[in-house]
Write a protein that binds this ligand. Structure first.
Ligand SMILES: [Zn+2]
Length: 90
């Protein structure tokens, strides 16, 4: 299976995280190899947060990623395209 990045490598700001690492993660659902990448989201205020449940106006939650200068949050992780499963590291 080919590893396809959603962005050209030149546009991924933290690709150095993977240089020299053997980033092999198997899907917790189907056990096939997962492809490395980043979950990107726009968040000018407060970064990306993790919630135990949905809240009104996204109040509360625990910050898991700070926005960069351009208001983007990139959380490194792995994806299984078949199961639509994400495994993130923050
Ligand atoms: Zn899978």
């Amino acid at each position: 299976m080919q590893c396809v990045s959603p962005l050209p490598l030149s546009l991924i700001p933290h690709r150095s995280l993977f240089i020299g690492e053997v980033a092999m993660v198997n899907c917790p659902s189907c056990s096939k190899p997962m492809a490395p990448g980043f979950l990107g989201s726009e968040s000018f205020i407060g970064g990306s947060k993790w919630f135990l449940e949905r809240t009104r106006l996204a109040m509360g939650g625990e910050e898991v990623g700070k926005p960069d200068t351009w208001g983007m949050v990139y959380i490194p992780g792995h994806r299984c395209r078949e199961c639509k499963m994400l495994v993130l590291q923050y």
